[in-house]
Design a protein around this ligand. Structure first.
Ligand SMILES: Cc1cc2nc3c(=O)[nH]c(=O)nc-3n(C[C@H](O)[C@H](O)[C@H](O)COP(=O)(O)O)c2cc1C
Length: 229
C-alpha cells in the first residue's frame, strides 16, 4: 500500500513557522531525503571571509569536468551575492563534530563579522580561487561559478553550479573508506521529516553514514534476501 503525496498535500501538514511552505516546498518535508552538509566559503564585499552552512546539493561530471550542483541558494544570503560578484567559492566538508561551529556561523552572520572566527574555524589559502578554505575540512572543493538558474522562478533561490577546479583532501582520509563514510566523515541533514499521522514536522536530525558492505559482498546475494550483511 502506497500513499500518494501530491502538490495539494500541504493541506495535510502543519508549518512549523508561518510561510515555511513558501520558502520550502512541502514535498521537502514529505520526502526528507538526507542531504550531505558542508560549509560554503566565500569572500564578502569588505574582504572578510564568509561561511554558509548548506545542504541541498549533488555532485557529478564527466571528462569535461566535475560539477557541484547546489539546488537552492537563497537570494537573501550573503553567499549568493558573494558568488555572483566574485564568481568563485569553496565547498568544505566537515564532520558532525563541527555541527555547533557551523551553526555559530549562522548566528553570527552580519557583514562586519569574520565568520571563520565566529565558528572557530581556521583559514587556509586555496590553490585556485580567492575564497579561503576551512583548514578543519577533511575535503574541500575549489569551484568557479558555471551556472546560476532560478528553477522555481519565484525570485527566492538559485541553483548554483560550480565547476570544480581543485580538491584538497586530508591525507588521513584518503586511506581506506572508514574515515570518510563514518562518524568522522560526511554529515547529513534530515530536514524536519513530516509525520503524516499527525501532520506535524519533526525536528531536523543530523546523521552520518553506516556502510553495510562492499559491492563485491552485495552482488552475489540472492534477490530480495533480507539481512544480506
Ligand atoms: C542544517 C542547515 C542547512 C542549511 N542549508 C541551506 C541551503 O542548502 N541553502 C541555503 O540557502 N541556506 C541553507 N541554510 C541556511 C544558511 O546556512 C543561513 O541562511 C546562513 O546564515 C546564510 O549565510 P550567509 O548569509 O553568510 O550566506 C541551512 C541552514 C542549516 C542550519
Amino acid at each position: 500500500m502506497k500513499r500518494e503525496i501530491g502538490m495539494d498535500a500541504q493541506e495535510l501538514l502543519y508549518e512549523n513557522w508561518p510561510g515555511q511552505f513558501d520558502s520550502f516546498s512541502h514535498l521537502e518535508f514529505a520526502c526528507a531525503i538526507p542531504q550531505v552538509l558542508f560549509l560554503i566559503s566565500t569572500v564578502k564585499q569588505n574582504g572578510k571571509p564568509n561561511l554558509c552552512f548548506h545542504s541541498w546539493s549533488s555532485f557529478g561530471g564527466d571528462a569535461g569536468g566535475y560539477f557541484a550542483v547546489m539546488q537552492n541558494i537563497s537570494h537573501l544570503s550573503h553567499t549568493y551575492r558573494n558568488i555572483v560578484r566574485e564568481g568563485e567559492f569553496c565547498i568544505n566538508f566537515v564532520s558532525a563534530d563541527y555541527y555547533a561551529n557551523c551553526i555559530a556561523t549562522i548566528v553570527n552572520n552580519t557583514v562586519p563579522e569574520d565568520e571563520f572566527e565566529a565558528g572557530g574555524f581556521t583559514l587556509e589559502k586555496a590553490q585556485t580561487v580567492k575564497a579561503p578554505r576551512v583548514a578543519e575540512s577533511f575535503m574541500t572543493l575549489e569551484c568557479r561559478l558555471a551556472c546560476n538558474v532560478d528553477l522555481s522562478k519565484q525570485g527566492l533561490n538559485s541553483m548554483i553550479i560550480g565547476r570544480v577546479l581543485n580538491v584538497a583532501v586530508e591525507e588521513s582520509y584518503i586511506e581506506g573508506v572508514d574515515q570518510r563514510y563514518g562518524r568522522q566523515g560526511f554529515m547529513y541533514n534530515i530536514h524536519e521529516p513530516a509525520d503524516y499521522a499527525t501532520g506535524q514536522l519533526q525536528d531536523t536530525h543530523v546523521a552520518s553514514l553506516d556502510v553495510l558492505g562492499s559491492y563485491a559482498q552485495f552482488k552475489n546475494k540472492p534477490f530480495g534476501h533480507k539481512n544480506q550483511f
